[in-house]
Design a protein around this ligand. Structure first.
Ligand code: SF4
Length: 414
């Protein structure tokens, strides 16, 4: 006799910095974990639904009926979403007291012991841990016989096909949430990457959702690119994109290989153009070995879009230094505009957190939901109101309008 069908809802939680029910329809990169988690669930004995709050907004606002639907609610999200995990758990249990709640991702890894209090399963492992949870909570019959990622349910994944080839990072920057968790860089098998590419079908851009594509040497990197290239040649993808670090650009062969295999853009954590002291202090020395403007030039000259972010540490860097970085961008037409400018975040568990905590620099009443880079959570050197003004205006280049437009025109012409 067949076991009764079970309903499983997998949610990527999101708490936007403005704390409003917004939908971010064009976020890149976007969530992959629900797709992978869903891949371990039996399609024969379960009905699975995916929901992404980045793309679709707060679930209780935009699809409240979903909260009473599942027998099992699986939640994942970045560190700042911890409160959302609590909200959804409360909503789902109110609607259905028998629902099994499962939480994982960075938010739970960051607070592994505290999390156990709130969820039936607080998972600190990789996505595969869902197998043990399903087996224990529902029974082995509800496990997929074969891993098949659920791109078919990921309504937010359209032209970009996200997949992962590696996990974690080979660097240990002191402010990074990955450093806080402390997992080793690990390359996944070629078969794992193939199964994701098989399941995602044709996409305009294949996107490596890894933290660092070149973390285990050139040969594995070439092998990964080779897998994607074979599918490009067969017409499945046109371009690829992904995350690397400065080290990628040290060797021009890497950039050439990327161009020859259809790399459209690379995402890089530049953090700071000129503060080698700060980069050293946060153990990101790899970003000060070579001039970052020169590395950007190498990338752009090969026709690859350079996408990057800057991070300011208001406990060490003055507002003058922050504005100086904006001046520097406006003065160099070869530097594209940053994709984001964040304030450094004291993620619990990181060396950066412990240092700022011991120095009494974490602002009172800082909440988990504040740890998203747009909310000031550290005591700045400059007056708080001036730094808040910078966060609200300067980092969006407000006040730099004409200079910035001139810069953009020169960059495009460059
Ligand atoms: S290189 Fe990037 S992903 Fe790796 S530890 Fe540093 S900040 Fe994190």
């Amino acid at each position: 006799m067949n076991p009764p069908r079970k309903k499983i809802l997998i949610v990527n939680c999101y708490f936007p910095e403005m704390r409003e029910p917004i939908k971010r329809r064009n976020e890149v990169p976007d969530a992959l974990a629900p797709v992978l988690l869903g891949g371990w669930v039996s399609t024969e004995h379960c009905e699975v639904k995916l929901y992404n709050e980045v793309h679709s907004g707060f679930i209780e606002v935009f699809q409240p009926d979903l909260l009473s639907w599942p027998d099992m609610l699986v939640m994942t999200g970045l560190t700042a979403t911890f409160d959302r995990l609590l909200h959804l758990t409360a909503y789902a249990r109110t609607a259905n007291p028998r629902v099994v709640t499962v939480a994982g991702g960075h938010a739970v890894r960051c607070l592994p012991v505290y999390s156990q209090e709130f969820f039936d399963y607080a998972c600190t492992g990789n996505v595969e841990e869902i197998r043990e949870v399903i087996e224990e909570a529902l029974g082995p019959a509800y496990l997929a016989e074969e891993f098949r990622p659920r791109y078919d349910l990921a309504y937010w994944i359209k032209r970009l096909g996200y997949a992962e080839a590696t996990r974690n990072c080979n660097f240990k920057c002191s402010f990074c949430s990955l450093t806080g968790v402390g997992r080793k860089y690990s390359a996944q098998s070629a078969d794992y990457l193939e199964s994701q590419m098989d399941a995602m079908g044709r996409r305009l851009i294949f996107f490596f959702n890894d933290n660092q594509l070149l973390g285990d040497g050139k040969a594995p990197f070439r092998a990964r690119i080779g897998q994607v290239q074979r599918r490009r040649e067969a017409g499945q993808f046109r371009y690829w994109s992904g995350f690397v670090t400065d080290t990628f650009f040290w060797d021009e062969q890497n950039i050439r290989l990327a161009r020859e295999t259809g790399c459209l853009s690379l995402f890089v954590g530049v953090e700071s153009f000129d503060d080698s002291m700060w980069l050293k202090s946060v153990n990101k020395k790899q970003n000060s070995r070579m001039n970052q403007v020169e590395l950007i030039r190498r990338c752009v000259e090969e026709g690859i879009i350079f996408q990057y972010g800057l991070v300011y540490d208001p406990t060490i860097q003055t507002l003058e230094q922050m504005y100086h970085q904006l001046d520097l961008i406006c003065e160099h037409p070869e530097i594209p505009a940053p994709n984001f400018i964040f304030m450094s975040i004291p993620f619990p568990g990181t060396p950066f957190f412990h240092d700022r905590y011991e120095k009494g620099l974490i602002l009172p009443n800082t909440k988990m939901r504040d740890l998203e880079g747009s909310t000031l959570s550290l005591q700045p050197i400059d007056p708080v109101e001036d730094v808040v003004h910078f966060i609200r205006n300067g980092r969006n280049f407000r006040g730099y309008r004409s200079r910035f437009l001139r810069h953009q025109a020169k960059f495009l012409w460059h």
